[in-house]
Design a protein around this ligand. Structure first.
Ligand code: UT7
Length: 334
């Protein structure tokens, strides 16, 4: 069996910065409330008229990752794309990447696991590499949230936390079994699907229901039972990080850097405290980007790497929790 390691990282976020004060002009909210409850100071939202979309941003991040891997698009054997905000209801964004990057007719798979999307995508790619089926896989997490949010006071409990952006990495075959992805751990609990959801479009309730409701149906805006999600997040994050450590005979003292999904700074701080980690052992960038869902872990990993915080031989723990519920972790010896 082969091992797999990340050989290239890239990210792209739109230029347009939306501050908390900007949001307070659209809805009844304040910079103080948002910062205190979430840690977020600003986020990027695609500007009206821009050509950016989940696929286009993903392609921009992917180009950087492929170049940094020292490869070309022709070296990529397979694409895995994670998003909850695809350009089309179907087909998924993976095939658009094949086209946008002018790649050969390699396979393209879309992952629909929301905030855990990148973790699921990375784990899926890891299996294809370890079995020897593929050598270089392009993995993308990208989200265009801003166009689908309720920007009135009605939606303030959800809208203020989400941002747009994309991250990408190349996962490559390695013969060095001492490094790379050590293990990944994936979970779900579908009975809580309705706690964090966009209910429309669905084939069952889509167009007829929206038309019949004369604008009263808001099932196409994200709904979240925030407190319930928060309580589950802190438990599942801790569990799945411990699961990853224990599988590899490691303990919390072995962690060099934890990169949690950027859902809420208070969740990350809770996990940090629980695992007894110093500030420099947990990477957060939610202050700048908000919650970019499937893009969050890979944007954060890329930024951490660019800032020299991911070093050879470091034990890196990636973890995420979100809608589904789904959650997971990946343990990497860099
Ligand atoms: O990424 C996927 C996973 N997602 C998460 O992990 C998110 C988990 N949940 C959270 O991060 C938090 O629950 C939120 C940040 C979403 C909300 O924070 P909270 O402390 O749970 O607030 P709350 O929903 O309990 O609302 C408290 C109050 C309410 O007012 P009343 O009923 O007490 O009068 C809300 O209406 O704050 C109000 N509120 C706001 N006020 C100003 C809700 N949103 C806002 C807002 N600005 N943006």
């Amino acid at each position: 069996m082969y091992n797999s390691k990340i050989t290239g990282l890239g990210y792209y976020v739109p230029d347009n910065i939306v501050t908390n004060d900007d949001l307070s002009k659209l809805m009844d909210t304040t910079d103080e409330w948002i910062q205190e409850r979430t840690g977020i100071k600003e986020r990027r939202w695609i500007k009206e008229g821009s050509d950016d979309s989940s696929a286009v941003m993903g392609a921009k991040a992917a180009k950087i990752a492929i170049e940094r891997a020292g490869l070309t698009k022709d070296d990529i054997d397979f694409i895995v794309f994670a998003t909850l905000s695809p350009d089309y209801y179907f087909p998924g964004c993976g095939v658009q990447i094949q086209d946008l990057l002018d790649m050969d007719t390699v396979g393209a798979l879309d992952v629909r696991n929301q905030c855990s999307g990148f973790i699921y995508a990375l784990s899926t790619a890891d299996q294809f590499i370890k079995t020897g089926m593929y050598k270089n896989i392009l993995i993308i997490g990208s989200e265009y949230h801003s166009n689908g949010l309720d920007k009135t006071t009605r939606g303030r409990g959800v809208t203020v936390i989400f941002g747009d952006g994309a991250g990408a990495c190349v996962l490559s075959r390695s013969e060095d079994n001492s490094r790379g992805i050590l293990s990944s751990h994936l979970h779900s609990e579908g009975k809580y699907a309705d706690k964090l959801t966009v209910a429309s479009p669905s084939i069952g309730n889509w167009v007829p229901a929206i038309i019949a409701s004369n604008g009263e149906d808001i099932s196409y805006f994200p709904y979240m039972d925030g407190t319930f999600v928060f309580k589950n997040a802190v438990v599942r994050f801790s569990e799945v990080i411990m699961e990853g450590l224990m599988t590899n005979g490691l303990n919390k003292e072995d962690i060099d850097l934890l990169i949690p999904h950027q859902a809420n700074l208070r969740i990350a701080q809770f996990i940090q405290k629980k695992f007894g980690l110093r500030d420099d052992q947990v990477f957060n960038n939610i202050m700048k980007y908000g919650n970019t869902t499937a893009a969050s872990v890979i944007i954060a990993l890329t930024e951490a790497w660019e800032e020299g915080k991911v070093k050879d031989d470091d034990l890196i723990v990636l973890a995420a929790f979100g809608s589904g519920f789904t959650w997971g972790s990946v343990i990497i010896k860099w």
